[in-house]
Design a protein around this ligand. Sequence first.
Ligand SMILES: [Zn+2]
Length: 348
Amino acid sequence: MKAWQFHGFGDMRLDEVPEPVCGPGHVVVEPLCVQPSVTEAQLAFGIPTLAYQTIKHRLETEAPVQLFGHEFCALVVEVGEGITRVRPGDRVAARAKLPCGSCPLCLEGRDHLCRKGPIIGFQLPGCFAERALLPEIALVRVDDRISDSEAACLQSLSDSVAAVETAGLTIGDSVAIYGQGSMGLECLQIARSSGAGLIVTVDVREESCRISRELGADVAVNARADDPVAAIKTLTHGTGADKTLDTSGTADGRLIAVRGAKPWGTACFVGEGGDVTIEVSPQMLRKQLTIIGSWTFSTTIQADCARFIADNAIDVEHLFTDRWKLAQADEAYKLFDRQTSGKGVFLM
Ligand SMILES: [Zn+2]
């Protein structure tokens, strides 16, 4: 069968590789649709980001190696011994980060935060191939009402559902979201369908602000043209937003989330990487501000997320800007190593 293999950073080739062999607790799937992530695209070209050392080590010691393709929708074609939850013919999506099953976090029921289990596409081969071998524990069955491309987004969308939950959104809360890339646009729609009141979004790209308005933002502020904190305060009668989120991972975005939140409010950091400096007394302590991080999702949240998509509460199709065939992976990665406002999918 054909699979994309990395022979080094920036050197990906569509190679002939052996068919996967189905063992106990595992299934073989045919990928139907794969969504490339920005992190993967950056790693493909050796740009230091999350998991850079892991990928570098694997390339230095194991190349050629099958990497990435962890956000997908696939068709089960064969099941191994002991498989009970899925059957051949089922469509499945996955949670890429697998629990180890034995660390304190796994044992206390927070297995989604486990840092010891393998990750599909990083330690295990992902779905940039004609067929892939996956452990059953990673899989969720996909509702018939959800399209292949929507299912491939379940993971990133579940992270967004988790972020809005972690921020503690309650009905009528005013919300400010910095960053209107795909995750920010998801958080916007989830906040809207979860009962948020006023929603103000902020981005530095006019195109992202335009899409944000189309998807339900009451006001989308272009931070290059206007002061976003002043705008948030004006729109909230001088107090600041009840809940703020930063999906950008930038120092500017995080600071706007902190400064734009009202006293006794919550600022939730979602975007990965980087750092931020805040003035603790005026910006946090004297506001009794809660600053909280949100990283990833539980199985329960993934089920909520699938329901949101099936009920059409979240417009996922609107977020797609690019569609490719499997043979175009290198081209897609070149495009995706730049942060874009949309999502792309491989239709296999
Ligand atoms: Zn664990």
